[in-house]
Every structure is written in structure tokens, then in C-alpha cells.
Design a protein around this ligand. Structure first.
Ligand code: NAG
Ligand code: NAG
Ligand code: NAG
Ligand code: NAG
Ligand code: NAG
Ligand code: ZN
Length: 530
């Protein structure tokens, strides 16, 4: 007790001393790197007084210790595998998103846990590509779905295929198949779910092989100087080729990639195809010619009315382009990622041999590219809800769930904001120019604020940082904020999830999923000595 009191007295003394002598850093314990005399704003949310007590933290840590000591590694066969991909879900995005979630529930926020942060195993994935220090969603999809690193902007092909090299991509030795295909070959049902166009790079990594990720329809193949009769676009591959045409559940956006220019969709939007082919009609006729029950849906109500026991194939396209951000969407029209995930699992669970499902929270990336951190963090929370739905609908003894990101972004959480400070708020005031700065900022992007005519830094105090579309400040101007080269986290639960520990190359990820579920040509838990 006596030592506690003396410690408190010492802290008070030092604080008073440094405040009274703001320039005498050499004579105080406040160093140049970590000044303790800065002005901090009062928090928006307050932590409980219990947290001032050492017992609170000791108990919390002991609970975690007990939980870890009572858990054991699962080594059975994974009947089902669900891979969740947060596009651009960098490690700083995790802390920012959990704080946002907690604060939206009236808590300080920092202590909040996103659903997948409760998973027992985590590792770090190195995301560089064959020819690029920083990944895009195409080469990274080839790695985390196909198990092979590739060149930037290419999907489902090896590093022998350069960007736009249509003929090299047709060479069989350069093609890379994905765990979705391996799972189909093992008799499992498969599904792809995303909030972006279903032909966008990440989902395309599960079924397409292209020398340019932009080849989402035939018109783009043509405009990049290639022959669409030789190199099929991504939408065409999804509907006409293997494994695309055998995928049981396809849910996302991007209707325009599937219909001709002179045809309008359910929202009155024109298609993008110039080959006159309506791939939605083609999908329907293919399924009925195979004698399969199938449903094409384009809004939330139709999706929720699907009878999973009576529907073998589902194609759901809910927007001409990407699905709208959750915060901006018409909720009666567009389903949430959680709803999409639930329907997918219910339909795929009908297969006794199990399933492989890929689910992408695709617009975290878009929020970051626009430095609209509020949108990016909200999409991350929606992503976490979808993962919770998967946890609720499956059994960890037979279902491996892997959550990861394709690449990072340049978001930073900085300054020394008080505990419970609004995550979208001001962290403090610069000691150089006496102007405020926000907790969230980016290394580059459209949020860049031009200095004033007299050279003074832009004063963000007059901005509405609470606006969900606010563009957070960036150090240098760029039309679109860039990806970042940091490692990304992998969270896993279920059979063999403990193999995702340590730091590894991103292309290791599907090798573990294949090992656990006994698919593919490599070593598996069913055939350990290949
Ligand atoms: C296919 O690609 C491989 C590897 O790049 C190469 O060795 C081979 O010559 C190519 N075949 C043809 C027909 O181009
Ligand atoms: C669209 O154009 C094609 C020819 O390019 C034609 O065959 C088709 O009938 C047209 N469809 C509509 C709805 O106008
Ligand atoms: C939302 O979508 C529904 C169904 O399409 C429509 O009836 C309603 O008018 C839309 N609401 C808004 C605010 O646009
Ligand atoms: C620069 O101009 C702004 C706006 O007129 C003013 O508020 C600010 O004090 C000026 N800064 C300096 C360093 O003169
Ligand atoms: C920044 O703007 C706020 C709000 O208008 C104002 O109170 C403050 O004085 C400004 N700071 C500087 C250094 O001009
Ligand atoms: Zn991106």
C-alpha cells in the first residue's frame, strides 16, 4: 500500500514539473521522443473505474491463460472450409474497426473484440508478388486461392504470364487452379460470395485465369488489344467454364458484366458486353439443361425467400456494379454480407461431402482507396458479422474457417489520444504548427489537404470528421490511396488451424486448407505421405 501511494505521488510530481517547465526537457524525465506535457482532449467515452485497479487486468489475463490452457489442437478432417477475405484489411484497420464498433455501442472501444479475433490461431502472411513489392488483389488472390505467387494484375496464372499476355495465359503449364476447383474435384459443393462485382479480382481468383484483372467482360479484352474469342473474359469463364459453371452459389454484384450493351437490367442499367451474349440467360439454360433446380435472384427479398433444401444452384446479382457500402445502401433492396453468407452456407450444407466457400468483404479496400475511413471501418464490422454467422452455422470440429486479407493499406492510428477518444476524432495539436491532427490518417490519397496560401497547414477543426464520407488527411496527394506492403494477419479456427502460426508466404494459405480438407494434389491429412 505504501509503495502504491509513493508511486502516485511521484507521477503527480513529474507531471506538474514538466507542465510548469515546458521547455526544460533536459532536466525532466520527459524526452524529445515521448513528451508527456502535450494537451489531451477529454474522451468521448469513459472506461470503468475497475480498470484503474491491477486486479482487473490480472484477472483478465488469467482468464485468457485458462482459456488457452484448456484448448487443444483439432486434427480431424475438415469436411467444410470457409475462407473469408477482407480486401485491404490491414492490421491497423483491425484496431480502428474494433474501436469504431465498441464506440458505436457506447463503450470506449479499444477493448472490443471483432468476431474473428476470438479465433484460437493467428499468423502473419507476407503479401509481396512475383514482380511487385506491394500486392494488388489479383496476384494475391492467385496466392491465397491457388497456392502460387504471380505477377501483379494477373489472376490464376504463374509468373510466366506477363500483364496482358493473352497467349501465355492459354498455355496449360502456366495455368493455376484454385482450392475451389480442387474441392469440386473431390465432390464438394462450392460457393463464392462478395460485396464487389463477382468478376472483381478477389472472387475471380477462385475460378478465372486471365492475364489482366480488368478483363471482366469482352469489351475490355478487346480494348486492351486482345481477341475475346481467344482469351475469354472473366464473366464468360464464370458461366461457361470449369470450375465456374459448377459453382453452386454465386452471390455478389456486377450484373453489367453479364449482359449486352443494348439490354438493361432490373434497375434499368445497361450491360457492358459487346458480344451480344446474355450470360444470365445462359446460366439459367445451362442449369435447366442439366436438370438442376436453380434460382436467379437480384434483390434481398428474393434471396431470403430461397429454400436451401430445394435449390441446388443460386446466382444472385444485386447491383449493376459493386454492392453499395452498407452505410449508404438501400437496406430493403441489397442484402448484407451476413445475409449473403447465411444463405450460401445453408445451400452448400446440403452436400454430404462438404463444401468450400469463399466470402469477400470487398469494399473495405474501396473505403481506404478514397481515404473514407468511416466507410472502410464499417465494412470491416459487416465483415466480422458475416464471420460470426459462419461460426454460428458450423461446427469447429469439422469446419475450418480462415480469415485473412489480400494486402494492407496506408491507414495509421496515431498521436496519443485519450482512452475512449472518438476514433474519427482529433488526436491532439501539433507542437510545431499548433494545429490539430486526426487520429486516423493515410500516407497518401485523395484526402490530402493543400496548405493555405501563406504556407500554413490546413486546419481540420472546421471539417466535419463525423461525416461518413469524410476523406481523412493524407500526407501526399494521390487520386486513389495505395495498397501497402505490410504483412497481413491470418485468423483460423477448426481442424488444423494451428498450422497458421508464425510468419509465412501468402501462397501457403490454400495448402493448409487443402491439407485439412483432403483436396488437391499435395500432402493431405488423409494421405500424409504423398
Ligand atoms: C508453355 O509455357 C512453358 C513455361 O513457360 C514453356 O516452357 C513452353 O514452351 C510453353 N509452350 C508453348 C507451346 O508455348
Ligand atoms: C441487341 O443487339 C443484338 C445484335 O447486336 C440483337 O441481336 C438483339 O436483338 C438486341 N437486343 C435487344 C433487346 O435489342
Ligand atoms: C429502396 O428499395 C425499395 C425496393 O426496391 C424501394 O421501394 C424504395 O423506394 C427504396 N428506398 C429508397 C430510399 O430509395
Ligand atoms: C495563414 O492564413 C490563415 C487564414 O487566413 C490564418 O488563419 C493563419 O493564422 C495564417 N498563418 C500564418 C502562419 O500566418
Ligand atoms: C483552427 O480552427 C479552429 C476552429 O475554427 C479555431 O478555433 C482555431 O483557432 C484554428 N487554429 C489555428 C491555429 O488557426
Ligand atoms: Zn485495392
Amino acid at each position: 500500500m505504501a509503495s502504491t501511494i509513493s508511486l502516485v505521488v511521484t507521477v503527480v510530481f513529474l507531471t506538474t514539473f514538466t507542465c510548469a517547465n515546458p521547455v526544460s526537457q533536459e532536466t525532466s524525465n520527459s524526452d524529445h521522443y515521448h513528451q508527456t506535457n502535450f494537451h489531451r482532449l477529454p474522451p468521448k467515452f469513459h472506461h470503468s473505474v475497475d480498470q484503474n485497479d491491477g486486479a482487473y487486468w490480472r484477472q483478465k489475463a488469467q482468464n485468457t491463460l485458462n482459456q488457452k490452457l484448456s484448448s487443444h489442437d483439432l486434427i480431424g478432417k475438415a469436411k467444410n472450409v470457409i475462407m473469408f477475405l477482407g480486401d485491404g484489411l490491414s492490421i491497423p484497420t483491425l484496431a480502428a474497426a474494433r474501436t469504431y464498433l465498441g464506440q458505436s455501442q457506447g463503450h470506449t472501444g479499444e477493448e472490443t473484440v471483432l468476431s474473428f479475433e476470438e479465433f484460437p490461431h493467428t499468423g502473419l502472411s507476407k503479401t509481396y508478388c512475383v514482380d511487385s513489392q506491394v500486392a494488388d488483389s489479383a496476384c494475391s488472390a492467385t496466392a491465397y486461392l491457388g497456392g502460387v505467387k504471380a505477377n501483379i494484375y494477373t489472376i490464376g496464372v504463374t509468373g510466366n504470364v506477363k500483364l496482358n499476355d493473352c497467349s501465355a495465359s492459354l498455355n496449360a503449364t502456366n495455368k493455376v487452379t484454385s482450392i475451389l476447383k480442387w474441392s469440386q474435384d473431390a465432390g464438394k459443393s462450392t460457393g463464392v460470395v462478395t460485396t464487389t462485382r463477382i468478376t472483381h479480382a478477389s472472387p475471380a481468383g477462385s475460378y478465372a485465369q486471365v492475364a489482366n484483372r480488368d478483363w471482366e467482360n469482352d469489351a475490355v479484352v478487346k480494348s486492351s488489344g486482345q481477341d475475346p474469342d481467344k482469351c475469354d473474359d472473366i464473366a464468360e469463364q464464370l458461366i461457361n467454364s470449369v470450375p465456374g459453371r459448377n459453382i453452386k452459389v454465386i452471390l455478389g454484384g456486377g450484373r453489367k458484366e453479364f449482359i449486352p450493351k443494348n439490354v438493361t437490367d432490373e434497375d434499368g442499367k445497361s450491360g457492358a458486353r459487346t458480344d451480344g451474349v446474355n450470360l444470365i440467360t445462359k446460366w439459367k439454360s445451362d442449369k435447366s439443361s442439366r436438370g438442376s433446380s436453380s434460382k436467379y435472384v437480384w434483390n434481398r427479398e428474393q434471396l431470403l425467400n430461397i429454400n436451401p433444401r430445394k435449390t441446388e444452384f443460386v446466382l444472385g446479382l444485386f447491383n449493376s456494379d459493386h454492392l453499395e457500402y452498407h452505410l449508404l445502401a438501400n437496406a430493403t433492396k441489397e442484402p448484407t454480407l451476413e445475409e449473403l453468407t447465411r444463405v450460401a452456407i445453408q445451400v452448400l450444407s446440403q452436400e454430404p461431402k462438404g463444401f468450400f466457400l469463399f466470402v469477400e468483404g470487398g469494399r473495405i479496400d474501396h473505403g481506404h482507396h478514397d481515404t473514407q475511413a468511416h466507410l472502410a471501418l464499417d465494412e470491416t464490422v459487416e465483415f466480422a458479422k458475416a464471420i460470426q454467422a459462419a461460426v454460428d452455422l458450423t461446427d469447429e470440429r469439422n469446419t475450418l474457417i480462415v480469415v485473412t486479407a489480400d494486402h494492407a493499406h496506408t491507414l495509421s492510428i496515431s498521436g496519443y489520444p485519450t482512452r475512449g477518444n472518438d476514433i474519427f476524432g482529433i488526436a491532439g495539436t501539433s507542437d510545431s504548427d499548433r494545429l490539430p491532427y486526426s487520429t486516423l490518417s493515410y500516407a497518401n490519397g485523395p484526402g490530402y489537404k493543400k496548405p493555405l496560401a501563406n504556407g500554413s497547414r490546413y486546419n481540420i477543426s472546421n471539417d466535419n470528421l463525423a461525416d461518413v464520407k469524410y476523406r481523412f488527411p493524407a500526407t501526399l496527394p494521390l487520386g486513389s490511396e495505395t495498397h501497402a506492403g505490410d504483412d497481413v494477419a491470418v485468423f483460423a479456427r477448426g481442424p488444423w488451424s494451428h498450422l497458421y502460426s508464425g510468419t509465412f508466404d501468402q501462397n501457403f494459405i490454400p495448402h493448409v486448407m487443402a491439407y485439412a480438407s483432403c483436396v488437391g494434389n499435395g500432402r493431405t491429412s488423409c494421405k500424409p505421405h504423398v
